[in-house]
Ligand binder design. Sequence first.
Ligand code: DGL
Length: 266
Amino acid sequence: MAILRNNDPIGFFDSGVGGLTVLKEVKNLMPNENFIYFGDTLHVPYGDKTKEQLLEYSKDILKFFEEKKCKAVVMACNTTSSTIYEDIKDKYDFKIYPIVQTVAKVLANTSLDRLGIFATKATISSNAYQNEIAKYNSNMKVFGQHCPEWVKIVENNTSQSAESIEIIKNDLNIMLKNNPQKIVLGCTHYPFLLPVLTKFAPKELFIDPAKYFAQAINTDLTLAGLTNDNSSEHTEEFYVSSEPDKFKNSAKMFYEINQTINLLKF
Ligand code: DGL
């Protein structure tokens, strides 16, 4: 059993830039922490992969975080939280925080009756949001919708093209037919598209779960006595499995990265 220390880093992973939406919120709340971010850009999009493939990728990523002596790992990816979290959650010395399960609990405790969820194919087919919300609230009607092109648009940084705007608008219009009171951006890439989504619907309609997720992580690490109170040694490291320059460029509109982006091949 590894000893977890307060100044050990917190690991984050996602298929690409999406998890930066979570890192940004966690960093805002916990500025003294050390962070390691891994974007699995070689295998993006995760939303089209099988459970077996996702298990395989996560094994390498979590081993890397073990070697880096992480005290906690944030699954900043709805797709892996929905499909493989239950299989791996007890296999490591560090605690793994899954976005879907953490956020669904918060959403279930709101007074909303009609909730839309935009997410990847894998997240929607798993019914993870619906199942998790139903554990705490059986009255909420949840409408899941898969947006096949959105991750690609974010990774390729093409959200401002006329073609992308049309795709996003069409997907949004399908969801709006359900008359949701709120729509959850249930893929960490999707908050990158808020500037487009808010051309067609009010900003208040959308929920970016990262804020709720960051609060839950902060509370849990504080209760566990595992936060870093030493403000003098804050570090951030970034790793990707392919195309570091493309990652930096796509991240730019959301997260300024000044550090080198390291290429990591397993
Ligand atoms: N951003 C991830 C998620 O939250 C994965 C998206 C993808 O690679 O398909 O689901």
